[in-house]
Design a protein around this ligand. Structure first.
Ligand code: SME
Length: 162
């Protein structure tokens, strides 16, 4: 049985180094995309403090994301590319940090409790496969250390699953 070890969050660089190692161990030898997305969501939700949603949206056609495995409240199923934080991250091909979702034009509110958000695209062989989406009930919960850390988690997920 995989046991998610408690990680000290005070040093974010060390936190994400340790979380990356745990994710590598968790996904080792498994390439099923749904299973790996489910376990990646569960690990992030358990290990990262102050989240109310952690999960995946996958690009199922050129212009639409569809909800994947996640932890948290039920969420909107389809997001057009270019819409919301997730669709904007896909359109631009970059991670998006939103300190206050009320200030992001077009933000799609799945849970009214969400105040800040981090969306990281999943890159593979020059294409975008989808995104990892993290929501927090606290404004400015995420910074560039979180962004770099979750980008590393996204690379581990893609490497194991595709
Ligand atoms: N807030 C996202 C929608 C997904 S939920 O947060 C789970 C967005 O604006 O794209």
């Amino acid at each position: 049985m995989f046991q998610a070890a408690k990680i000290d969050h005070s040093d974010k660089i060390a936190f994400y180094r340790e979380l990356s190692q745990q994710l590598q161990g968790l996904l080792h030898g498994e390439s099923d995309v749904i299973a790996n997305a489910a376990n990646t969501s569960a690990l992030m939700f358990e290990a990262m403090p102050d989240l109310n949603w952690a999960g995946f949206y996958f690009l199922k056609s050129r212009d639409e994301l569809v909800l994947g495995p996640f932890q948290g409240r039920t969420a909107c199923v389809r997001i057009a590319v270019g819409r919301g934080v997730c669709g904007t991250a896909v359109e631009k091909g970059v991670s998006i940090l939103v300190e206050d979702v009320h200030e992001f034009p077009g933000h799609i509110a799945c849970d009214a409790a969400s105040r800040s958000e981090l969306v990281v695209p999943l890159h593979h062989e020059g294409k975008i496969l989808g995104v990892i989406d993290l929501d927090s009930p606290t404004a400015s919960r995420f910074d560039t250390d979180d962004q770099a850390g979750v980008e590393a988690l996204a690379r581990i997920f893609v490497q194991a699953s595709y």
